[in-house]
Design a protein around this ligand. Structure first.
Ligand code: FES
Length: 106
């Protein structure tokens, strides 16, 4: 399972081994509590509270975002080209060694 670095909103980086049994990156981050990921809509791609940023090089190794995800991220206050919704990212698709930054709160 991939081991990633997660950068919290306060800039502190932590290593995290992702468990393949978790249904999405949002669940993995939310369930640990320390990253401030809310996942308010439970993964239905409507709230944006699971907004994360991937490094550009890693972004292209992930499954491409759906139209629905793209529309939502484009409308977030802190939207960037490398924005993704953690609820739409399956653990198995995350490259080992990826760096995931928790986006600022909306
Ligand atoms: S949890 Fe709501 S959009 Fe991801």
């Amino acid at each position: 399972m991939p081991e990633v670095t997660v950068i919290r909103r306060d800039g502190i980086a932590s290593s995290l081994v992702l468990d393949g049994n978790e249904s999405s990156l949002m669940h993995a981050l939310r369930d640990r509590g320390e990253f401030g990921v809310v996942g308010e809509c439970g993964g239905c791609c409507v709230c944006g509270t699971c907004h994360v940023l991937f490094a550009q090089a890693e972004l292209y190794r992930l499954q491409a975002p759906s139209e629905e995800e793209r529309e939502l991220t484009d409308n977030l206050l802190h939207s960037e080209e490398r924005s993704r919704l953690a609820c739409q990212i399956e653990i198995a698709t995350i490259p080992d060694g990826a760096t995931i930054t928790i986006a600022p709160e909306e």
